[in-house]
Design a protein around this ligand. Structure first.
Ligand SMILES: [Zn+2]
Length: 492
């Protein structure tokens, strides 16, 4: 299946090196043959919203059909530190934006720039800021002139270092970020013709219900005025119908804008998020006894235990109920809307990342982490949504819009066509399903029905088994600019 041309037919696919070289009805031979009878051969799934680049996270994501993971929401403080760290070591293709929160956390809280340059440690970074003085300056402070100048220089450097865009988690920083600060960030992204991705203001935990769409309108208004490109993070929050309508209407007018969603009614924020602090939690209509699950016990919290852990383990993440369960089946009907799991890295009790060999049943993280694509394909099958629509969202939507911004790595992915990079996901449309749930022992269970995944022509999942030694993952990045280069050098 090729979602760009809507091609759906039985063909042989020839791969040489890292590329698809032949798609034909004729017989072809090669060193190795995969029998894909009864399966869909699709472009690898492109996950636009990932916060874990750790080995175990990659293992569960590749089982879910993912071949590329991007962080376009949190981002990093120093883009070159990030790419240098993962170059040549990744199973999946990887990319990152320069991020509003990590830059703020470095400048306003004095958190180490290296820690703030890997989204895997995003929650640890927040915890470190909290531990310093019990206050999240990054979320609550309005920067002075000198701090603003320093931050703007850091964003610009990130873009010159090849960041895929500028991103913001302003939804967690509603008290400290002025409309002007956010507008200036969008203008900077526009100056380089890159995507601006955001978890917008007033949600999910800093507002009364139905205001998340208002925050989204803020960045949409800016983008329309400056003709900027937008990625709307996890739109399934409050007011999602309105946000979806706005995005689709602007897509129809030719704007580079796409929404993204994850298929769960629970979010996965930091326990010490300002909106969950004692002075704000009631305002935000969060009921601790019914709305928050402890990933470690699988149970709801008591108020006393929740606030105790908030003080003692500020890096911990929790599951937070955000939407009524009737909403979820509706999301798979959204068109030209990317699917992303918003994975948060999971740590062992000793604070270390789990080894790639850890049994799936020992994983204590959000079930969306291993099961996002499996769940969307299953729900779509149950509701008879055309398969091509979901392949389109899973593989092509991000590639399409990022292609328009001249990101070369996305111009040669997300499509089943001759000449494209051979990132391929082979799945059984009748059986593909998620297996993860909030139950203990089931949080990390991988998706089934995806027997083969190829990345850059290398088979990394074979008979549903992951090659844990493989490192074919390529950086998804704009070229690093030289001093004096025009910001629009790589734009059309
Ligand atoms: Zn978010």
């Amino acid at each position: 299946m090729d979602p760009e041309t809507n091609f759906d037919g039985v063909r042989n696919v020839g791969i040489k090196g890292n590329r698809i070289v032949k798609i034909t009805e004729e017989k072809i031979t090669g060193k190795e043959t995969i029998d894909a009878k009864g399966h869909v051969v699709a472009p690898g799934f492109i996950n636009t919203h990932t916060h874990s680049f750790a080995p175990f996270g990659q293992k569960i994501m590749v089982r879910d059909g993912t071949t590329t993971i991007l962080d376009t929401e949190l981002g990093v403080a120093d883009v070159s530190v990030f790419y240098r760290k993962y170059q040549g070591k990744m199973l999946l293709n990887f990319g990152v934006s320069v991020g509003h929160e990590p830059v703020r956390i470095v400048v306003l809280d004095g958190v180490d720039i290296k820690l703030a340059s890997d989204p895997t440690f995003g929650a640890v970074s927040r915890g470190a800021a909290e531990k310093k003085d019990g206050r999240a300056n990054w979320a609550l402070d309005i920067p002075n002139k000198e701090q603003t100048t320093r931050m703007m220089a850091m964003y610009e450097r990130g873009l010159r270092d090849g960041a895929i865009g500028v991103s913001s988690t302003v939804g967690y920083m509603g008290y400290g970020v002025t409309t002007r600060e956010l507008f200036d960030l969008q203008k900077l992204a526009k100056k380089f013709e890159r995507i601006f991705g955001a978890h917008t203001r007033f949600g999910p935990t800093e507002s009364l219900p139905l205001h998340y769409s208002l925050g989204t309108r803020e960045i949409i208004a800016n983008a329309v005025a400056i003709d900027g490109a937008l990625l709307l993070s996890h739109i399934q929050n409050q007011g999602w119908q309105e946000i979806y309508f706005l995005a689709r209407a602007l897509q129809d007018r030719g704007m580079v804008i796409f929404p993204e969603f994850y298929p769960s009614i629970y979010g996965n924020p930091n326990i010490a998020t300002p909106g969950l602090k004692p002075d704000k939690i009631k305002l935000n209509n969060v009921n601790i006894a019914t709305d928050i699950i402890d990933p470690v016990t699988g149970k709801n919290y008591t108020e006393a235990q929740f606030f105790k852990e908030q003080k003692e383990q500020p890096s911990k993440t929790v599951f937070l109920l955000l939407r009524p369960k009737e909403d979820m089946p509706k999301w798979v009907h959204m068109k030209d809307t990317a699917i992303a799991n918003d994975i948060m890295a999971v740590f062992l009790p000793n604070g270390k990342l789990p080894p790639i060999t850890m049994p799936y049943k020992d994983y204590k993280g959000h079930p969306r982490n291993p099961g996002t694509y499996g769940k969307v394909f299953r729900m779509a099958r149950e509701q008879k949504v055309p398969l091509m629509d979901i392949v389109h969202n899973a593989s092509y939507t991000p590639a399409k819009y990022l292609s328009k911004l001249e990101l070369k790595a996305m111009q040669e992915r997300g499509r089943m066509q001759e000449g494209m990079i051979a990132d391929i996901t082979i799945f059984n449309p009748e059986t593909i399903t998620d297996n993860s749930s909030f139950k203990m022992g089931e949080q990390g269970l991988p998706t089934t029905g995806i027997p083969y995944v190829l990345i850059s022509g290398k088979v990394v999942v074979r008979d549903s088994k992951v090659d844990i030694e493989a490192t074919p993952g390529q950086p998804i990045r704009y070229p690093v600019m030289k001093k004096g280069d025009d910001p629009k050098k790589y734009a059309k």
